[in-house]
Write a protein that binds this ligand. Structure first.
Ligand SMILES: NC(=O)c1ccc[n+]([C@@H]2O[C@H](COP(=O)([O-])OP(=O)(O)OC[C@H]3O[C@@H](n4cnc5c(N)ncnc54)[C@H](O)[C@@H]3O)[C@@H](O)[C@H]2O)c1
Ligand SMILES: O=P(O)(O)OC[C@H](O)CO
Length: 333
């Protein structure tokens, strides 16, 4: 299969490396200089330092149209902020398209009252309704996939040909890919776990203990499920790879960029300092407000998410966040 991966960050590169063992894969970087450096040095020094790119992987840049015209599967490996543009560019494609982004679109600070950001599949329905598209998600640190460590992913789409193409492209060699039709559930899991990982990073950075972290993960899963079900998702999806699976990984795994943001905030860094020192995208920072806005519109209670938003906004300090969550009225589980 001819696969085009657009975006040479950590995750796009790791999946392109993996697929190159069995398919013809082109990895496209928007920065020609970066593409040239990857192609000649055989290493993505910025995003996956120390890991050699397979010889078969072609790294390229420049005009995307000829590459798009030849591809049998196109994967958008960019952050959520670039998804709308990518899907708009690909809207007339006749081959399956998948994105790797996990989040909701951020709502600009100057957006009119009542506006809210969308999940990837909602963006796709707006800008490319005829596209056969889906998402590849699940618990997966790029670094571990690039080093061939065992990983399980979920390919979610309403279109069977997209699910099949993703399984054919990526299943094998220590990577299992499960198929799921519930794309909204899979996307809500992937977006909300990032926000919750900021909360557990903060919790661990403040040394609140293992009991507190387990409580955040469990009550966070309840929040995630409530929002997903209100958006039309299946409850079972949240017990799967993109729900509980990715929440456990991201909330507890020190490779997580979202968790690192929480840890850095606990050390007293400002949000700007934390984001800058990370050097990678932490989608929870941009999605948190949208998650809360969608929840409020639907009448869904998400106290942990609300506390993370208040922390990111600077309206609550780290100790105040703990007080706000622990001081809530008792309620039934
Ligand atoms: N890194 C992981 O372990 C991992 C795992 C699963 C999912 N994801 C998700 O994948 C998405 C990408 O994450 P990442 O870790 O690769 O990010 P990253 O910060 O490592 O890299 C982002 C890359 O996207 C590129 N980019 C940004 N806007 C672009 C545009 N308009 N066109 C082309 N390229 C553009 C940047 O130049 C950069 O190369 C995020 O939504 C993330 O949540 C990441
Ligand atoms: O590093 P994070 O926090 O963006 O998480 C990466 C992946 O989404 C984990 O599945």
């Amino acid at each position: 299969m001819k696969i085009l991966v657009i975006g040479a960050g950590a995750w796009g590169t790791a999946l392109a490396m993996h697929a190159a063992a069995r398919h013809r894969v082109q990895l496209w970087a928007r920065d020609a200089q970066q593409a040239g450096q990857l192609q000649t040095s055989r290493e993505n020094q910025r995003y996956l330092p120390g890991i050699r790119l397979p010889d078969a992987l072609e790294v390229t840049s420049g005009d995307l149209q000829p590459l798009v015209a030849q591809a049998e599967l196109i994967v958008l490996g960019t952050p959520m902020a670039a998804l709308r543009g990518g899907l708009t560019m690909l809207r007339d494609c006749q081959v399956p398209v998948a994105w790797l982004s996990k989040g909701f679109e951020a709502v600009p600070a100057d957006a009119p009252a009542g506006s809210h950001g969308l999940l990837g599949n909602e963006v796709c329905a707006q800008v490319a309704p005829a596209l056969h598209a889906g998402v590849l998600s699940g618990p997966s640190f790029a670094q571990e996939v690039a080093q061939h460590q065992p990983t399980a992913l979920v390919a979610a789409s309403r279109h069977g040909d997209v699910r099949d193409a993703l399984v054919a492209a990526f299943h094998g060699d220590n990577l299992r890919v499960y198929a799921n039709e519930d794309i909204s559930g899979v996307e809500v899991g992937g977006a909300v776990k990032n926000v919750l990982a900021i909360a557990t990073g903060l919790c661990d950075g403040l040394h609140l203990g293992l009991n507190a972290r387990a409580a955040l993960v469990t009550r966070g899963l309840a929040e995630m499920t409530r929002l997903g079900v209100a958006l039309g998702a299946q409850t079972d999806t949240f017990m799967g790879l993109s729900g509980l699976g990715d929440l456990v990984l991201t909330a507890t795994g020190d490779l997580s960029r979202n968790r690192k943001i929480g840890l850095l905030l606990a050390q007293g860094q400002s949000l700007e300092q934390a984001v800058q020192s990370l050097g990678h995208v932490a989608e929870g920072v941009y999605s948190a407000r949208t998650v809360l806005q969608r929840a409020q519109k639907l009448g869904v209670e998400m106290p942990i998410t609300a506390a993370v938003v208040a922390l990111l906004d600077g309206s609550l300090s780290a100790p105040d966040v703990v007080q706000a969550l622990m001081g809530r009225e008792p309620r039934a589980e």
